[in-house]
Design a protein around this ligand. Structure first.
Ligand SMILES: [Zn+2]
Length: 93
């Protein structure tokens, strides 16, 4: 009985992983918000962000900013904070 691979083999060919510097990586992170990156761009970016905490943080921040700005434009989740009732209540002590 032939053993089947746990993960089906896929033919994804990444021609080359071009090393990117921080400037290029942050540009790719920005562009990823607007368009789908190619596989080689994605591989280069993953390779860089695996090693660079600065660019990883930038990637997280840009995603958060995108979510916030999207929520703002949709008007979702931007309700006024709940007003806390004054504590000068009817204490009978
Ligand atoms: Zn970097």
């Amino acid at each position: 009985m032939p053993r089947e691979p746990l993960v089906p083999a896929r033919r994804i060919v990444i021609r080359r992983v071009v090393p990117v510097n921080c400037r290029h990586a942050t540009r790719l992170l920005s562009e990823a918000q607007e368009r789908e990156l190619s596989l080689s761009e994605l591989a280069s970016l993953k390779f860089h962000t695996a090693m660079c905490v600065g660019c990883r943080n930038f990637g997280r921040q840009i995603q958060t900013l995108r979510k916030i700005s999207r929520a703002y434009t949709l008007g979702a989740g931007m309700e006024e904070p709940e007003k806390t009732e004054g504590r000068s209540g009817d204490g009978d002590s």
